[in-house]
Design a binder for this molecule. Sequence first.
Ligand SMILES: [Zn+2]
Length: 167
Amino acid sequence: MKALIDMSDCGARMIEIDGIKSERRRHYFFLNPYEDAAFTKCPKCENNTKIRKFPLVIHIDPQQLLLLNKKCRYCVKCDLIITKKSELESLMAASFEQSKPEIIGNNYLVMGVAERRDWLDGKKGKMLQGETMERLLVFKDVLNFELIPAGWYHEGENEGSRRHQKL
Ligand SMILES: [Zn+2]
């Protein structure tokens, strides 16, 4: 299995892994960098988002996988998971405070989610790292939304959010 991961910047990136079948691609993901934006409304469709827990699979440089069952905002219609960057990072730091404090602050990548069944196995200590990778549900796409302050956008850019090009 080959993973092409762009680690040049902290955060989430679209990844290409050879041999991942389309049925193992689930959900869209947005890592929310805005401290004061909760995204109670979906940035794509404006519907209210729900709070739902997802077992996020995070790769941390150089070689660490973390399963983090985290409350996220979720738009059912767009299948979009939104999670706050600052919350994610403090949970990650807490996870490694005792066991591996040296990796705190390293580059990381939110790759996808584990299946619920796998999350339960993982909690019982049954899942090895290699198996996590093989049973990972990779995000279909990682989206980026920019907040545009009301009243300052040009005509024709009145959507409130813009989809950025896939990296
Ligand atoms: Zn939506």
